[in-house]
Design a protein around this ligand. Structure first.
Ligand code: URA
Length: 264
C-alpha cells in the first residue's frame, strides 16, 4: 500500500485544496445524472448464450459452443480466443482486440466500457486521457494497475467512432468478462460508467442511482462510480468519485480474504 498522505491523494484526483462541492455545484447526484444522461440510458438485455454446441473457435474465430466453452477456458486460451474473436461486427473495424490487463490474482477488478482509439492502437485498456485519470484515481487509494488491480472492459473491441456499445455486441462479448471474473475472483469490483454498472448489476438505472451503495455480482461486492471520461468533462463530480473509491475500500475491508492457489 502506498504511503501517500491524504493531501497527496486528493491532489492526484484534482480535488485539493477544496474537494467538497461548492454550494453552486451541490446538485443531487440524481439530478446531475439526469441532466447529463437524459435520453442516454439504455436497458441492457438479459445475457444469453452466444450459441450452444461443443467445439471451440474455428479458423474464422467463430466459437460454436459460445459461452459454455468460454467458461471452461484458462487464461492463455481465453486471451487468444478474445484476440481472434469474430462473434460480432466490431471484429471488422477493430485494429486489435483489447482483452484486459493487470494482475490476474488481483483483489481489485476495474470494469470499463470499451476500448477507445488509443486502446485499439495499443491493445491495452485505459491508456488514453481517461486512463491517465483512472491511474490517478487508483493511486489516490494506494493502487497501481498491474499490482493488485486488473482492468477489463465490457466490450473487448472498439466501437467505431467511440459510439456506445450495442446490445448484440454486449451479448456476444459478455462470456469473456464473465470468465475473466471467474478466473480472477476479485474481492471488489469497481464498475466505471453506465455500461459496466448496468451489465454487472443487470440494471437499467443510471450511474447516479447505482453509486453510493454496495451491490453484488455473484457474491463479489460491486461499487459503481463515474467513468473517468465523464469526470474529465465534469470535474466537479470527482468529489463523488472519491467517495465511491472510499466506499469500495471499505467494502473490500469487509470481505474475507480470497482463497488463492495454495489454499483453494
Ligand atoms: N474507456 C473505457 O471504458 N475503456 C477503455 O479501455 C478506455 C476508455
Amino acid at each position: 500500500m502506498s504511503e501517500l498522505n491524504r493531501e497527496s491523494r486528493l491532489k492526484l484526483l484534482g480535488l485539493w485544496p477544496q474537494w467538497t462541492l461548492r454550494p453552486e455545484f451541490a446538485r443531487t447526484a440524481d439530478a446531475a445524472e439526469e441532466n447529463i444522461r437524459a435520453g442516454e440510458v439504455v436497458a441492457l438485455p438479459e445475457p444469453v448464450p452466444v450459441a450452444d454446441a461443443s467445439a471451440k473457435a474455428d479458423s474464422q474465430g467463430v466459437i460454436a459452443d459460445g459461452r459454455e466453452s468460454i467458461m471452461q477456458m484458462e487464461w492463455e486460451e481465453l486471451t487468444r480466443t478474445i484476440c481472434q474473436c469474430r462473434q460480432c461486427g466490431l471484429s471488422q473495424t477493430r485494429t486489435q482486440a483489447v482483452p484486459g490487463a493487470g494482475d490476474r490474482q488481483a483483489d481489485w477488478l476495474v470494469v470499463g466500457e470499451a476500448p477507445g482509439a488509443d486502446e485499439d492502437a495499443s491493445g491495452e485498456p485505459f491508456v488514453g486521457q481517461a486512463g491517465k485519470l483512472l491511474d490517478s484515481m487508483l493511486a489516490a487509494i494506494g493502487l497501481a494497475r498491474g499490482n493488485g488491480v486488473y482492468i477489463a472492459n465490457v466490450l473487448k473491441c472498439r466501437p467505431p467512432g467511440n459510439r456506445n456499445p450495442q446490445e448484440d455486441e454486449i451479448v456476444a462479448c459478455e462470456p469473456y468478462l464473465a470468465r475473466q471474473i471467474e478466473l480472477i475472483r476479485p474481492r471488489i469490483i469497481l464498475a466505471v460508467g453506465k455500461f459496466a454498472a448496468q451489465w454487472l448489476l443487470d440494471s437499467d438505472k443510471p450511474v447516479g442511482a447505482l453509486r453510493g451503495k454496495i451491490h453484488f455480482f455473484n457474491e463479489i461486492p460491486v461499487v459503481v462510480t463515474y467513468h473517468p471520461a465523464y469526470l474529465l468533462r465534469s470535474p466537479t463530480e470527482k468529489a463523488r468519485a472519491w467517495e465511491d473509491l472510499c466506499l469500495a475500500q471499505d467494502a473490500l475491508k469487509q470481505t474475507n480474504p480470497p482463497l488463492r492457489e495454495d489454499n483453494r
